[in-house]
Write a new protein. Structure first.
Length: 694
């Protein structure tokens, strides 16, 4: 048999295996021991939670904690776990505002080390008296860190509503029947027949600042020395109810013991009932007094009343503020807009209290005109992808306003973030921009017109400078001939040409000045009642004064009298210029003028048998300084533009029709009002007056 050496490798392997087995055995044993202890701890915890649940249910208690790090309140369930957490604003909604402020002050004092704990009474925040709850809250330190700083506050909230209501019922019975009930919730004091204090409960000791019962019982306090009952005669008194405000500062005499009891300077609202006890013969045997210090309740009531009034004013201000905003939205034609990417819905309203219109994405796209639908789709897509940037877009819609215009809407939206900083919705305003867009379009049109007018003026000035140079050169040229060798027989011809060109130049300057006044709307029109039948022929003859003898002039006057309200001066100028132009190039034939009154308009017709106007010249008939086919001006080149401007400014119209080599006809229509109409009854041939200039 071979013996194993202590230093052989097999020996080490066996030793390691043995050690591993021992370690495994120890771990298993410890694990079983730990699990047993954990199960026992869980069982004890469940038992404690069950006891806690019974205590909370029996005592109508709720437990909450306030954590300084998060500034949140946590209500504990009956098993001691976190049931629900609230921020200070939400937690304050459970209580009266003033009571919650007192609770906060106590919590801050505990955190700063000024107090270790406190107990206070709080009222729930309920408008209906039936749902109003009263609590007695005990606050103390829950946890501290290693340096002694407070980490959390522990609060026990005891619902004492039933006790409070029971006390209310007791107080009502006391007021109604003047009966004293023995209860620990009110002050109880007993005086003997001599008015000496013989008994007092702890609640009364607290109310009157008594250090202990023995102190007052041994000093034989008298009923008449109690400032609350100083005026009561115990011999003749009956059941008496008192509610008074006592200022102990007014009772400095030592007999009142105010300084001894520590009541100096204190004010107390006290509600009490005094009940004398008499024997069968009516002899006084003693006096029971039941009462309570209602100072805190009265002050709390006043605070609640003041708070309710302030709340009412705040609510009224808020309602007025909302009403003003709604009015401003309606007056300014602005709508509030909300877009919700989660529901793909756009809401619009002119009232901040409610939504008036909800639109789907498809509806939003269809409301836009075809050229803006791609823009609307792009904006919606940006908001669906939660773009963090503001949205501003001006859209033309298919909706029309009362004037029949397509409405333009300007949207300004900003992203609204949730608590995590993510876009939750988009909020903004929608404004009707139809008037502004229309104004901008008109401005663009007017700007273009102004530019065209400026070009026209520049061309007009260039043409005028050219046209006025021709007669001026003729005047200068013939005048210079007098300084050169010439035949004296030619001088009358020079003078005649100087006169003609001077007159032409003067006529041109006058027409330019008149047209400039018409362009600037500086010509004033004054309507008067005139008999147009008596003035029409005179204006026609004035225009035909330069006609050739071979030209026959005809005036057709169908009225004996036609009294109309019209501007005779400017209507006469229109007739004279048209007659002058009609006979200017006419060498033979006739010109005929006629007028007619029809339905509030004066219609003037002028017809000639001249050469007519080429078709290509009709398009530029009313342009300034237009030349004829022979490259010569017709008159000054401004006569027809002047006639058109005058007729238009008087509210009328002018039309001209011409056939080449056959003649031209012009129609002028001017609105007016007839006061008297007398037509001629002779034959048409007799109605025509022919004047032949010889």
């Amino acid at each position: 048999m071979i013996e194993m050496s202590l230093w052989s490798p097999n020996y080490y392997v066996l030793a390691v295996v043995a050690m591993l087995l021992v370690v495994i055995l120890v771990v298993v044993s410890y694990n079983r021991f730990y699990m047993k202890r954990a199960n026992e701890a869980n069982a004890r915890k469940k038992e404690q939670n069950a006891h806690l649940a019974l205590v909370l249910q029996a005592g109508r208690l709720r437990i909450w904690k306030y954590y300084l790090a998060t500034r949140q309140y946590h209500f504990l369930s009956e098993e001691g776990s976190m049931e629900q957490r609230y921020n200070p604003i939400d937690f304050a909604q459970f209580f009266d505002r003033d009571d919650f402020e007192k609770l906060r002050a106590i919590i801050f004092d505990i955190c700063e080390g000024k107090k270790s704990g406190a107990v206070l009474t709080m009222v729930s925040n309920a408008k209906d008296e039936a749902y109003l709850r009263h609590y007695e809250v005990s606050v103390s330190v829950d946890q501290r860190d290693s340096k002694g700083r407070v980490l959390s506050i522990f609060g026990i909230q005891h619902d004492v509503t039933e006790e409070y209501r029971r006390l209310e019922a007791v107080n009502q019975l006391l007021l109604r029947y003047h009966t004293v009930f023995s209860t620990s919730l009110i002050d109880m004091v007993y005086y003997d027949s001599n008015g000496v204090l013989r008994d007092i409960n702890e609640r009364a000791c607290q109310s009157f600042g008594v250090p202990n019962r023995e102190f007052v019982l041994n000093n034989e306090f008298l009923l008449k020395n109690n400032p609350i009952f100083a005026d009561v005669d115990i011999e003749t008194m009956s059941n008496t109810h008192t509610s008074s405000l006592v200022d102990f500062g007014n009772y400095q005499d030592p007999i009142y013991h105010t300084e001894t009891l520590g009541l100096t300077g204190k004010k107390m609202f006290y509600d009490s009932t005094i009940n004398p006890i008499r024997d069968a013969n009516g002899k006084l045997e003693g006096v029971y007094m039941a009462g309570r210090d209602v100072t805190e309740m009265v002050e709390s009531y006043h605070r609640q009343k003041a708070g309710a009034e302030n709340l009412r004013k705040i609510n009224e201000d808020i309602r007025r503020y909302i009403s003003n905003i709604n009015y401003a939205l309606r007056i300014s034609d602005i709508r509030m807009v909300n877009y919700y990417p989660k529901s793909f819905t756009l809401e619009m309203s002119d009232n901040i209290s409610q939504s008036q219109m909800k639109l789907s994405q498809l509806r939003c796209i269809r409301l836009a005109t075809p050229r803006f639908r791609r823009t609307v789709s792009s904006v919606l897509n940006r908001m669906d992808h939660l773009s963090p940037y503001n949205i501003q877009v001006n859209i033309e819609t298919e909706i029309r306003d009362k004037k029949g215009r397509q409405i333009w809407l300007l949207f300004n939206l900003v992203p609204m973030l949730d608590a995590n900083g993510k876009v939750e919705r988009y909020f903004g305003m929608c404004r009707n921009m139809t008037d502004m867009v229309e104004t901008e379009n008109r401005l663009a049109v007017e700007t273009k017109k102004a530019q065209e007018t400026e070009l026209l003026k520049q061309s007009f000035l260039a043409n005028m400078s050219y046209e006025i140079r021709t007669p001026l050169n003729n005047v200068v040229g013939f005048a210079e001939l007098f300084n050169t060798p010439h035949d004296e027989a030619d001088e009358p011809a020079f003078v005649e040409q100087i006169k003609i060109n001077s007159n032409n130049m003067l006529t041109l300057v006058n027409d330019v000045m008149l047209l400039s006044s018409l362009d600037a709307n500086m010509v004033e029109y004054h309507k008067n009642d005139i008999d147009f039948a008596k003035t029409f022929a005179a204006h026609c003859q004035m225009g035909w004064s330069d006609a050739l003898p071979q030209v026959k002039t005809i005036v057709d006057n169908p009225y004996d009298s036609l009294v109309i309200n019209i501007d005779e001066e400017h209507v006469g100028k229109v007739i004279e210029k048209l007659c002058w132009l009609s006979a200017l190039t006419l060498k033979e034939g006739f010109v005929k003028a006629r007028y007619e009154y029809r339905r509030g308009e004066l219609l003037i017709t002028l017809e000639d048998t001249g050469d007519g106007i080429p078709e290509e010249g009709m398009a530029h008939l009313f342009d300034r300084f237009v030349h004829n086919v022979d490259n010569h001006l017709l008159g000054t080149g401004l006569d027809l533009p002047i006639v058109q401007a005058m007729v238009n400014q008087m509210g009328g119209t002018i039309e001209i029709e011409s056939t080449l080599h056959k003649g031209t006809t012009a129609w002028v229509s001017i609105p007016c009002e007839a006061k008297n109409i007398e037509r001629r009854h002779e034959e048409i041939t007799a109605n025509t007056t022919e004047n032949i200039l010889l």
